[in-house]
Write a protein that binds this ligand. Structure first.
Ligand code: GLC
Length: 432
């Protein structure tokens, strides 16, 4: 629905010059590491950063990689679970050309910005050297990591918003937002629940993904196919009104405006809610015998429909290499493993995350690990999820939306004002 706008702008030339320079540096590094191996010296240690992983799958991937690559050790550096906070820490690190992190997971909304800012290494020559077949990945996930004709990241897992419900309470899940509201309100309290619905309504990136789902389900858009800002529409206003109705209801936690994924996950696996909106990883948490009190009582369905249908926001993460890494070859080996079939399978089976490699959906172990993976309808949801605008100034657009939507949800402005302000401010940001 959203177009990939501003793709053609920017400094293609300067970035390819820089790329050339760093290739020289890389060749030297390769020689050094080969010598190291031959001389039987200490293995190289690379640092891999990603947000908090409550599922534990990250360590399993690292263990599997280290076993197959005894000359490379991977130190895991945990970043905040809030993508915006992680983003800001990476920007601080990379803008000072720090080499402290070699490989990092990038949110699907970052590659354009990070490519333009020269924070990441182009991966094309590695992909070619190792003959990695990019056609085995969902095309949208490959495209999201491509900017100015170069591949800056490898798709790792894809995300789409999903409705979770308790099978011990709900017979038939709701079809529309209004049905959800009705059921959340009447079923709250059953089987020891305190809430009817959980979502991400704090002022951060997750709010944007929830809002995009409401907006698209009512037929609205933020930016259209011709790159026009079209957010000030009756559809968006209706969507914001519906969000407001839900966050202001008595079936959500009182502090829903502080809820991010972590708060949602914690309350959900403690059995506190009838419904929840979250990403596919909650499948794994829900069925984790050690942490969850609702094992076996959870199923998933598509998010409710508005006037136009059901819409899931496209999320997901990909692996990038720091342009200033001192070990680009070793970093690539890890990226290749983690985003290849073996790595993605561990991340799907133990982490509940949706692979970006199509063939893994036919793998029996993957299929058995979560309801999402054995259901072809959901694979379609993943493929048709609604992306956020792809632009190097995405953080600016997101900040505008976060502020204006939050003000509408707290009642500091009307949904009409929020839509009008987003329109003017995003237009201004784009024309700057
Ligand atoms: C998930 C998505 C990511 C999104 C974030 C918002 O991690 O994969 O794309 O930005 O949630 O909180």
């Amino acid at each position: 629905m959203f177009v990939f706008f501003l793709v053609a702008c920017s400094s293609g030339d300067s970035s390819s010059e820089e790329g050339g320079g760093s290739e020289d540096a890389t060749t030297e590094d390769t020689e050094t590491s080969t010598e190291t191996e031959e001389a039987g010296e200490e293995p190289v240690t690379i640092v891999y950063a990603r947000g908090v992983d409550t599922t534990g799958a990250t360590q399993l991937v690292i263990d599997a990689f280290e076993e197959q690559n005894p000359n490379i050790k991977v130190d895991f550096r945990e970043m905040p679970s809030d993508t915006g906070q992680s983003h800001d820490q990476y920007v601080t690190m990379f803008s000072s050309q720090s080499s402290e992190v070699d490989v990092f997971d990038a949110d699907v909304i970052w590659p354009a910005e990070f490519a333009q800012a020269n924070y990441a290494l182009e991966l094309d020559r590695f992909i070619q050297k190792d003959g990695v077949d990019m056609s085995k990945y969902f095309p949208g996930t490959v495209a999201a990591a491509n900017f100015n004709g170069k591949q800056w990241a490898m798709p790792k897992f894809t995300d789409a918003g999903i409705l979770y419900y308790r099978t011990d309470i709900v017979d038939t899940p709701p079809k529309t937002w209004d049905e959800l509201i009705e059921m959340a309100s009447s079923l709250k309290g059953e089987a020891g629940t305190e809430f009817g619905y959980l979502m991400q309504a704090a002022q951060y990136e997750g709010l944007i993904t929830n809002a995009i789902e409401f907006i698209a389900s009512y037929g609205g858009q933020v930016i259209d196919e011709e790159n026009n800002v079209v957010v000030n529409s009756p559809e968006t206003i209706k969507a914001i009104e519906k969000m407001k109705e839900i966050v202001g209801s008595d079936f959500v936690p009182e502090n829903i405006l502080n809820f991010k994924e972590t708060e949602t996950e914690n309350a959900w696996i403690q059995g506190k809610s009838v419904f929840a909106r979250n990403w596919p990883y909650l499948q794994a948490s829900s069925n984790d015998e050690e942490r969850s009190s609702i094992v076996g009582n959870v199923d998933i369905t598509t998010l409710p429909t508005g006037d136009a249908g059901s819409a899931a926001a496209l999320g997901g993460w990909m692996a990038m290499i720091n342009r200033y890494s001192e070990y680009p070859e070793e970093a690539w080996e890890f990226v290749k493993f983690m985003t290849g079939e073996e790595g993605q399978k561990i991340i799907a089976v133990d982490g509940g995350r949706a692979p970006t490699i199509k063939a893994l959906y036919d793998d029996p172990e993957v299929q058995q690990s979560g309801p999402l993976f054995s259901n072809p309808e959901f694979v379609k949801v993943l493929e048709s999820a609604v992306p956020r605008p792809v632009t190097p100034i995405y953080p600016v657009i997101s900040d505008i939306m976060q502020i204006e939507l939050s003000k509408a949800l707290t009642g500091d402005q009307t949904p009409e004002e929020a839509a009008a302000n987003m329109q003017t401010k995003i237009e201004e940001a784009i024309s700057e």
